[in-house]
Ligand binder design. Structure first.
Ligand code: NCD
Length: 309
């Protein structure tokens, strides 16, 4: 039987192409399950999973929780705002206390890049990174590629532009790794100040003109400006950003071909994308959310089957 090459999902960087193919194949099966009248399988009845969220989240947290429940795992939810972290407890102590209650897997979102890797070296549980600062967000990139594959048949040779705040985005980095591994061409587009200096090393194209970028691509993945990670101003005003880097319907309709619009959420309507674009026929934003549950079921199922061995 095929299995993942890793015991944790810490980043796309640690996966290989076969891992991604296995996750997608498993997600295909779970997607069929969640469309049945009884959307649940008993696979993980003997597994307990703790969701540790040290940073805000709506979609990702709900999506992981639903994925775990649809696999019949026992689920614990922890959010740092209401916890003893505020009383000075360290990350390792917090997690070891949770693990002593016989928890098998930890899904963690944390503001510090590398928090998942650190934890995986110090505690005995399978770790799933649900976003570590501006570093990686592997399940988001997996569900993004899975949604492209579903819409266009394959990711191979597809041209994908990631637009917006590349500098502060874990979604961008994980998407770049995942798309390149599967043979897609990747471009980033945004104000120069929001494109990291090390971008050349990632082997992606860089474009500062949005129309040129959109005319090049098959798929545009629109990112939110991550104001919460900014300590200085990276562009003059939100209005100017929207004018230069926001997609509106007039721009979309004037392109050479029909492209696909994606967004990881949360959307700032009227900034990176207007409502009529977000809700248009070309947008697959809600398919991404739906596929997120199947992808997370697949990741958790495959990691749990390694714990059970
Ligand atoms: C993203 C995140 O948290 O990194 N959202 C998500 O997980 N769906 C992107 C963002 O916050 O803009």
């Amino acid at each position: 039987m095929s299995e993942l090459s890793v015991n944790h999902l810490l980043g796309i960087k640690y996966l290989n192409k076969k891992d991604i193919e296995l996750i997608f194949k498993t997600a295909d099966h779970f997607k069929e399950v969640i469309n049945r009248p009884i959307k649940k399988v008993p696979s993980l009845r003997d597994i307990t999973i703790a969701n540790l969220f040290f940073e805000n989240s709506t979609r990702t947290k709900l999506s992981f929780e639903l994925a775990e429940k649809r696999l019949s795992a026992d689920v614990l939810n922890f959010s740092s705002a209401q916890s003893s972290v505020k009383k000075g407890e360290t990350l390792i102590d917090t997690v070891n206390n949770i693990l002593s209650m016989k928890v098998d897997m930890v899904v963690m979102r944390h503001p510090n890049p590398g928090a998942g890797v650190f934890l995986s070296k110090h505690v005995k549980a399978s770790i799933v990174n649900a976003g570590d600062g501006a570093h990686e967000h592997p399940t988001q990139a997996l569900l993004d590629s899975y949604s492209i594959r579903e819409k266009l048949g394959s990711v191979v040779d597809k041209k994908v532009v990631i637009v917006g705040d590349i500098l502060h985005s874990r979604v961008a980095l994980s998407n770049i790794y995942a798309l390149q591994m599967q043979g897609a061409e990747v471009m980033v587009c945004g104000p120069k100040t929001l494109i990291p200096k090390y971008i050349d090393k990632l082997g992606v194209k860089v474009e500062t003109n949005l129309r040129t970028a959109l005319n090049w691509c098959d798929v545009a993945n629109m990112l939110r400006v991550q104001n919460e990670r900014m300590d200085i101003s990276y562009f003059p005003s939100t209005r100017e950003y929207a004018q230069q880097f926001g997609v509106n319907k007039v721009l979309l309709d004037s392109l050479d071909k029909e492209i696909i619009i994606m967004h990881p959420g949360p959307i700032n309507r009227g900034v990176e994308i207007t409502s009529d674009v977000a809700d248009s026929r070309q947008s697959i934003i809600l398919d991404q959310v739906q596929n997120g549950v199947a992808i997370r079921m697949a990741v958790i199922y495959l990691l749990a089957s390694k714990i059970k061995q």
